[in-house]
Write a protein that binds this ligand. Structure first.
Ligand code: ZN
Length: 186
């Protein structure tokens, strides 16, 4: 049943990210981030589709856990067999291609945002709301003010190019972005 699928995804993500930490001063457990994203998708986005919620929990697993291409391929197969094709597709839609340089990856995300499915848009918006909030109030320990401002501008460019399919998540994003700018620009 649906809640089992969502809890299975939470467990899978917790296990996958178990050795990872966020970049904030406290080095928070990585799993806090996908949990926040999934909650925003459900609570703000009003989404109850268990496949979208499971994908929200899994959204950074394929991007951030594998250390090389073989591990990546194996993990894709693992997600496919544990969660099925639909969830895998959502996760891959919001997974950056790590073979690209960082700048290229960021441009790629802006350029391809318009192609996202409705489920993937909700996950992308939840991710950007969570990250902009973190960059505003609990930023990566080694980021300067300029990097934080640039992150807000880039996140806005990505969201601007997403299909307009979830007004509630989009307006929450605009709120946290405006607050971020007020805080960072003083
Ligand atoms: Zn994320």
């Amino acid at each position: 049943v649906s809640y089992q699928l969502v809890l299975k995804a939470a467990t899978f993500a917790a296990d996958g990210h178990r050795r990872q930490r966020r970049k904030d001063e406290d080095a928070s457990p990585y799993i806090n981030h996908p949990l926040t994203v999934a909650f925003l998708v459900a609570d703000v986005g009003g989404i109850s589709d268990p496949e979208v919620l499971a994908a929200a929990l899994l959204h950074d697993v394929i991007e951030d856990v594998p250390k090389n291409e073989d591990e990546r391929k194996a993990l894709v197969e693992e997600v496919r067999s544990a969660f099925g094709e639909t969830i895998l597709r959502y996760v891959l839609e919001v997974t950056d291609d790590k073979s690209l340089e960082k700048m290229e990856r960021k441009q790629h995300q802006v350029a391809h945002a318009s192609e996202l499915s409705t489920g993937a848009v909700a996950i992308k918006l939840g991710d950007k709301i969570a990250n902009v909030t973190d960059v505003t109030t609990n930023p990566p320990a080694d980021w300067n003010l300029e990097q934080r401002k640039e992150y807000l501008d880039w996140a806005e460019a990505v969201v601007d190019n997403c299909p307009k399919t979830n007004a509630a998540l989009e307006s929450r994003f605009r709120e946290v972005l405006a607050k971020g700018r007020r805080v960072l620009l003083g």
